[in-house]
Design a protein around this ligand. Structure first.
Ligand SMILES: [Zn+2]
Length: 254
């Protein structure tokens, strides 16, 4: 797991972190040690994503009369095809472009920490949990398809390690899209937290695994990276048992 491995740090922004974030993920700041431990390692590409909305963004409950954050939803239509729609939860205003809340948290915002910062959710008309694209596919909305896929392909990346916030939304959607697009995709458990807490994480893990994403521990990543190429191949083939060996959080009863 060396030259062809990318690190994707999803939306570790002030507004997603306690105590002051407008849409703080419970315990969200607790992922920072794992994020920094991964950043200390070499990767072919280190990418941060940044939720980055205009003030009139469709996902803000305040932009819909009578709507309440977390409980109301909105139907979003493809601007190029009104028949293609999806329902999306409404949130408190967050990560408004240029505000302090949209900034990456201290320590991640310094020049050189990441090779690239990819901004998403910049089109006011659509929600974009995945760092790759909005759910609209018929046709895809060009303004809601990020440069992330092209960046990974250009760098020859084969595997993607994903951490960040929130596990049950943007991390999940980004990891699932990465796996669907053909990258071997790992989500590091210590490196994410969910809006819905631990119960949500248990469900989201299963959902991601069902879509080809591998849930691993930080220790697993370290073990594989320090191992020989033969060990890497062995673990790559047998990743699920390997998770059981190296991940103390892995549910042994499943
Ligand atoms: Zn957002």
């Amino acid at each position: 797991m060396t030259s062809k491995l990318a690190l994707l740090v999803v939306d570790v922004q002030e507004d997603f972190c306690p105590p002051n974030g407008a849409l703080a993920v419970p315990d969200g700041r607790a992922i920072l040690p794992a994020v920094h431990a991964l950043l200390a390692q070499p990767f072919a590409l280190k990418v941060a994503t940044q939720d980055y909305h205009p003030a009139k963004h469709v996902s803000f409950a305040t932009n819909h009369a009578g709507a309440a954050p977390f409980t109301s939803s909105v139907t979003i239509a493809n601007p190029a095809n009104p028949r293609e729609t999806y329902a999306s939860t409404l949130w408190p205003p967050h990560c408004v472009a240029g505000t302090r809340g949209a900034a990456l948290v201290a320590g991640l915002d310094a020049p050189g920490v990441f090779d690239t910062v990819v901004r998403k959710g910049t089109d006011p008309r659509v929600e974009m949990y995945s760092a790759f694209r909005s759910p609209l596919r018929d046709p895809p909305l060009a303004s809601a398809v990020s440069e992330l896929g092209a960046l990974l392909r250009r760098a020859g990346v084969e595997r993607v390690v994903v951490v960040g916030l929130a596990g049950d939304y943007c991390v999940k959607c980004s990891a699932v899209d990465a796996a669907e697009d053909g990258w071997e995709t790992y989500v590091v458990e210590e490196g994410t937290r969910c809006v819905g807490g631990e119960q949500a994480w248990a469900e989201v893990k299963q959902e991601m695994e069902g879509k080809g994403v591998r849930i691993v521990s930080l220790e697993w990543v370290n073990q594989v990276r320090s191992g020989s190429m033969i060990e890497l191949m062995f673990l790559s083939e047998l990743w699920r048992p390997a998770c059981r060996i190296f991940s103390p959080k892995y549910d042994m009863n499943r």
